[in-house]
Design a protein around this ligand. Structure first.
Ligand SMILES: Cc1cc2nc3c(=O)[nH]c(=O)nc-3n(C[C@H](O)[C@H](O)[C@H](O)COP(=O)(O)OP(=O)(O)OC[C@H]3O[C@@H](n4cnc5c(N)ncnc54)[C@H](O)[C@@H]3O)c2cc1C
Length: 347
């Protein structure tokens, strides 16, 4: 929290937010420079309220009423109110439009019933951005709305899920006749699909730029210098050298692709489905980097303590998978790239 406050005081927390709402109003180049420096130093970008700052706040700016913006944006910046994003359900992940959590309009409030799953930070959040079905008869995407929901509302139950890393970062969330004021509808009734597309686009953009991949390749090189592989110093083994060169080249490619997108933005082109390309490549590269570190370490990967051991890399290897799933799986990103970037026919 202290890091968050310091970022905020220094004006770095919400570089991409307009000044009107307490951000720095920085251009895309300033944002990219800041991002590169933060990654180089291995620091987190967004502080304690990441989802609010990187995607929920910007979504609220696009779809919220003036009253909603005034009420919610300042407390996102100070992290007085922590936010989570409640979209996925047991039968609605990749096929998000299939969501079944129901909200019926009863006078001046909605009554919400259903279940969400995999909701990061729900156990610590004060508010959530909730996708619900508000029209059962309309085609799937046209019957969805988005609500701003107080996590302390009676009828909400949060159950943490344990990940294979041993951490509990996401949760099941149950809704039993939860009352949500009608004034907390974000955007128009039954227009929640458009809201969700905007949030996911902001999320993928953040996922593509948030991982310190170059820094990790430098750490791998250091690791190779103090490890043995197949009986010789690892950094002198041809296989290891080749793998290191490959991973370092891929990290560079990702950075240069980011710069290319930046250039086209500076020429006035809007960000589009190519954010999927960055998200896909960054998250898959994370997995390859961590897996290679474990290969390099061999059995030492499983030993705790001391700088020659590899526990942190094992944690990274187990944790890296999550980025290939959250915000849309790698397969879904490939579908988006195939259909909307390359213009291939739908499968
Ligand atoms: C660490 C983590 C944090 C998360 N945080 C949140 C959160 O805060 N809020 C939230 O709402 N959700 C969150 N999620 C959920 C995440 O968005 C979903 O897990 C994701 O969208 C995939 O949905 P699913 O788990 O239902 O898998 P499914 O959709 O059931 O997919 C199962 C498999 O089938 C493949 N598949 C599905 N459809 C297709 C297709 N059309 N073509 C090719 N392959 C396909 C998928 O790629 C996957 O391999 C989080 C997930 C993770 C792992």
């Amino acid at each position: 929290m202290e890091y968050h406050r310091r970022l905020h005081r220094a004006g770095y927390l919400a570089l991409h937010w307009p000044r009107e709402w307490g951000g720095a109003g920085a251009g895309v180049v300033e944002q990219a420079i800041y991002q590169d420096e933060v990654l180089r130093l291995g620091l987190p970008t967004y502080g304690a309220n990441q989802f609010a700052i990187d995607r929920i706040g910007p979504t609220l700016m696009l779809f919220g009423s003036e009253a909603q913006k005034k009420r919610f944006l300042p407390a996102m910046l100070t992290a007085k109110e922590i936010w989570c994003q409640a979209y996925s359900e047991p039968n609605a992940g990749s096929d998000l439009a299939n969501l079944q959590t129901r909200a019926s309009l009863e006078g001046d409030h909605f009554l919400v019933n259903g279940q969400k799953v995999w909701i990061s930070l729900a156990h610590r959040a004060d508010w959530q951005l909730l996708l619900v079905r508000t029209d059962l008869k309309a085609p799937k995407r046209q019957g969805i709305s988005c609500l701003l929901v107080d996590m302390r509302s009676p009828g909400i139950t949060v159950r943490p899920l344990v990940q294979m890393t041993g951490e509990s970062k996401f949760n099941e969330v149950y809704y039993d006749n939860v009352r949500v004021p009608k004034t907390n509808l974000l955007g128009a009734l039954n227009d929640g699909w458009r809201v969700s597309i905007a949030t996911l686009m902001f999320q993928r953009l953040s996922a593509a730029t948030r991982h310190p991949l170059e820094r990790r390749t430098h750490e791998l090189i250091k690791l190779a210098k103090r490890s043995n592989f197949a009986g010789i110093a690892a950094h002198q083994h041809p296989y290891i050298r080749q793998q290191l060169a490959q991973l370092a080249a891929e990290a560079q490619c990702l950075k240069l692709t980011r710069y290319r997108v930046l250039t086209s933005q500076l020429k006035g082109k809007a960000r589009g489905p190519e954010t999927s390309l960055g998200k896909l490549f960054a998250s898959e590269l994370q997995v390859r980097l961590a897996a290679f570190a474990c290969e390099l370490l061999g059995p030492w990967a499983a030993v705790e303590g001391g700088e020659n051991y590899g526990q942190e890399w094992v944690q990274r290897m187990l944790g890296a998978r999550e980025y290939t799933i959250a915000g849309g799986t790698s397969e879904i990103q490939r579908n988006i790239i195939g259909e909307r970037v390359l213009g291939l026919p739908k499968s």
